[in-house]
Write a protein that binds this ligand. Structure first.
Ligand SMILES: [Zn+2]
Length: 54
C-alpha cells in the first residue's frame, strides 16, 4: 500500500498516511495533529522510480 505524505499548512507539519489510491483521492484528509483540513499532498519520492535514462 502506498504511503502518502501530506503537509499541514495550519501547523506547518508533515505527516504520512497509508492509503489506497481511491482513498487518497476521495477522502478528506485531516491533519492528525491539529485536525485541520488545510493539508497538501506531497510527492512521495521513494515509491517513484524514474527510469527515463537507461
Ligand atoms: Zn496540523
Amino acid at each position: 500500500m502506498p504511503t502518502y505524505e501530506y503537509y499541514c499548512e495550519a501547523c506547518k507539519k508533515s505527516f504520512a498516511l497509508f492509503l489506497s489510491l481511491s482513498d487518497a483521492e476521495k477522502k478528506k484528509i485531516a491533519c492528525p495533529d491539529c485536525k485541520s483540513r488545510k493539508v497538501k499532498r506531497q510527492i512521495s519520492t521513494f515509491q517513484t522510480v524514474t527510469s527515463k535514462k537507461s
